[in-house]
Design a protein around this ligand. Structure first.
Ligand SMILES: [Fe+2]
Length: 344
């Protein structure tokens, strides 16, 4: 809307005398008037000069009458307040116009004081509508911003929990941050960028959050797990998804990583036993990163493998345990792995 439009009124009537009487009156109220002699001319004028806040239009006019004009104007300029000018016999039409969105109507012959009052009322009502809309929009954006901030601080808390959980155990300390590094660099090799890459980064940091719900005696048990214990530890995938779901529902890739990072390419993983490309790609990436870190760090139940051994393990597992394309991308991301291992 042009800046000048804030103080303009469009008068539409085929009688130039009516227009000039109204123009004098309304200009006395501080509004600059533009005039048109029928609906078609008024629409052309609006198209050329832009929307005006107020329009007073006759009903019976040649070419395009007031009703047709109102219908078009409501569609193209919904914020323009339209007052209908009606003869005594046209009250039914005026009511129909109100139903179509006209703000008010004035009966002819016009009474000057009445016009003044109706014009002032219409402008005030329009201002209220616009203010209300502005208030609502800013309220909505404020609510969105607050919601985002709340989720972010919850997320920060969850990250702290993951780090705290790992810090308690010398074997897994720093695991999630290393997995994040490996997964992100592998994802870049696979062409991930922007928000999707950021979600992979977040998901890999949080992938084991569900271990919060797993008994420590099972988590840190040296040696093998009983079948029951293994079933219990498997739960960390679905538990993690459940923990994050309330505030990460809008970031499905993060939830997919948490749920599916223990799926295996051949379908023998958990919790769903899905295979191949049915396993979300983000989870296939984290599976490789997670396995490499687990193999090369000391665990309660076994000493670490060296880089050469871990590389061999990934190579052997490509196509059975791991997505072969992801393994290849991991090697591309870390081409000097054998000579410069990530964990000495
Ligand atoms: Fe895990």
């Amino acid at each position: 809307m042009p800046a000048s439009a804030a103080a303009r009124c469009l008068l539409v009537d085929d009688d130039p005398q009516v227009r000039s009487v109204l123009a004098r009156l309304i200009e006395g109220q501080g509004l600059q008037c533009v005039q048109a002699s029928n609906g078609a001319e008024a629409l052309a004028l609006l198209a050329e000069q832009g929307e005006v806040p107020l329009c007073i239009t006759d009903i019976y006019m040649p070419q395009l009458d007031g009703v047709g004009f109102l219908r078009e104007a409501r569609q193209r300029y919904p914020d323009m307040a339209v007052i209908m000018l009606t003869g005594v016999a046209e009250v039914a039409t005026a009511v129909e116009c109100l139903q179509m969105g006209a703000m008010d109507y004035i009966s002819k012959p016009v009474m000057l004081d009445e016009v003044r009052m109706r014009v002032a009322n219409a402008l005030e009502k329009r201002n209220l509508v616009l203010q209300n809309r502005f208030y609502q929009l800013s309220l909505e954006s404020r609510v969105r911003e607050l919601d985002h901030r709340n989720k972010q601080s919850l997320l920060n808390g969850v990250e702290m929990l993951v780090f705290a959980l790992e810090a308690k155990d010398a074997y897994t300390s720093g695991h999630s941050l290393r997995v994040k590094e490996f997964a992100t660099r592998t994802a870049v090799q696979l062409g991930f960028t922007g928000e999707h890459l950021a979600q992979i980064e977040l998901g890999s940091k949080l992938h084991d959050i569900g271990k919060i719900g797993i008994r420590e005696t099972v988590l840190n048990k040296p040696g093998g797990l009983s079948p029951d214990e293994f079933e219990h530890i498997k739960l960390h995938t679905v538990l993690g998804e459940r923990i994050l779901q309330p505030f990460l529902a809008e970031q499905p890739p993060v939830l997919r990583i948490v749920r599916s990072h223990h799926e295996r390419w051949d379908g023998t993983g958990f919790p769903d036993g899905t295979a191949g490309e049915v396993i979300p790609i983000e989870a296939r990436i984290v599976a490789v990163a997670d396995a490499y870190d687990a193999m090369t760090t000391n665990r309660a139940y076994r000493p670490p493998r060296n880089a050469v051994g871990a590389i061999e393990e990934l190579r052997l597992g490509a196509g059975s345990h791991f997505d072969p394309e992801v393994v290849a991308a991991f090697f591309r991301a870390y081409p000097d792995l054998a000579t410069h291992p990530l964990h000495a």
